[in-house]
Design a protein around this ligand. Structure first.
Ligand code: SG4
Ligand code: ZN
Length: 285
């Protein structure tokens, strides 16, 4: 149809034209992603640690689907929840999905001091007290947790310097990523196809030993049309390390190239800064 959107320049609506789509907010005030300028972020003591419920549940994923724009893992209802972290509400986790590129030098949506990582994982959470419809129209209706992903040196490398994931106690995410990527060949060629997940995979199994206590916070938007400005963003500072072989299992054929929004808002230029956690505060010009 005439309302299709894509990430490259070979469709009706490439990212620079997303704002022309019906009801799209893609040229509004608090668009995501942003470049996180760490120097301009400011410590905020209200940003406490997160509480993650069910991140260790190995049976929480219902199915994996090819959305045509991402690989999405849909969770079973009510098993996974997120609160704390300075969020003002309790959120239930709906799904997580991935953005990636064709080269190691691109793929993430957010950038950290202009550095773009090869992949980014988004865990999408909805305010428990709102329906999805209402959440999409509310300034903090959704809370998305963003993780940069980078290639680990090798599967056998020591995890020196990293610490144990407090929720799961696990330090390696290799089994989790192996189990997840096993399903990709089943769905990669047909948009809309799904595969039920029977392997044991928890969210912690994918996060591994990543530091969950250092993150950036700003008010932004969905990074796909309609770009609703309904997202409280958390972008964790430290990347998840994943074996290169496993990262490469994400499809890179036509239609699945560079599935990330290259730019979004300019909030980062108006951030204040913090040590462990940071907040992006929109300051009037
Ligand atoms: C991806 O395309 C997901 O598949 C979408 O999930 C998601 O939309 C969209 O990205 C935007 O999310 O964290 N990148 S993002 O801002 O979560 C929603 C769908 O279910 C509403 C459409
Ligand atoms: Zn996303």
């Amino acid at each position: 149809d005439g309302h299709s959107w894509c990430y490259d320049s070979h469709c009706d609506h490439s990212p620079d034209k997303w704002h022309l789509l019906p009801d799209a907010k893609c040229a509004d005030e608090r668009q995501s992603p942003i470049d996180i300028v760490s120097e301009k972020a400011q410590f905020d003591e209200k940003l406490k640690s997160f509480k993650f419920k069910g991140f260790d549940n190995k049976h929480a994923i219902k199915y994996i689907t090819n959305t045509g724009h991402a690989v999405k893992c849909v969770l079973k209802d009510g098993l996974v929840e997120v609160s704390g972290g300075g969020l003002e509400h309790d959120y239930s986790t709906l799904q997580f999905h991935f953005h990636w590129g064709t080269a190691n030098s691109n793929g993430s949506e957010h950038t950290m001091d202009s550095k773009r990582y090869p992949m980014e994982m988004h865990i999408v959470n909805k305010r428990k007290d709102l329906t999805l419809d209402k959440a999409l129209k509310t300034h903090d209706g959704l809370a998305v947790l963003g993780f940069f992903i980078e290639a680990s040196q090798s599967s056998k490398s020591s995890s020196g310097g990293s610490h144990t994931n407090p929720t799961s106690g696990s330090t390696s995410n290799e089994a989790g990523w192996k189990n997840l990527t096993k399903y990709l060949p089943n769905i990669e060629n047909i948009v809309g196809s799904t595969v039920d997940v029977t392997e044991e995979i928890s969210i912690d199994d994918l996060l591994g030993s990543v530091n969950l206590h250092s993150f950036f916070r700003y008010d932004g938007s969905l990074t796909t049309p309609s770009c609703n400005e309904a997202v409280v963003w958390t972008v964790f500072k430290d990347p998840i390390k994943v074996e290169k072989d496993l990262m490469e299992k994400f499809p890179k054929h036509a239609g699945y190239q560079n599935v990330f929004r290259p730019g979004g808002g300019t909030c980062a230029s108006k951030m204040k800064w913090f040590v462990v956690a940071a907040v992006c505060v929109l300051v009037p010009d």
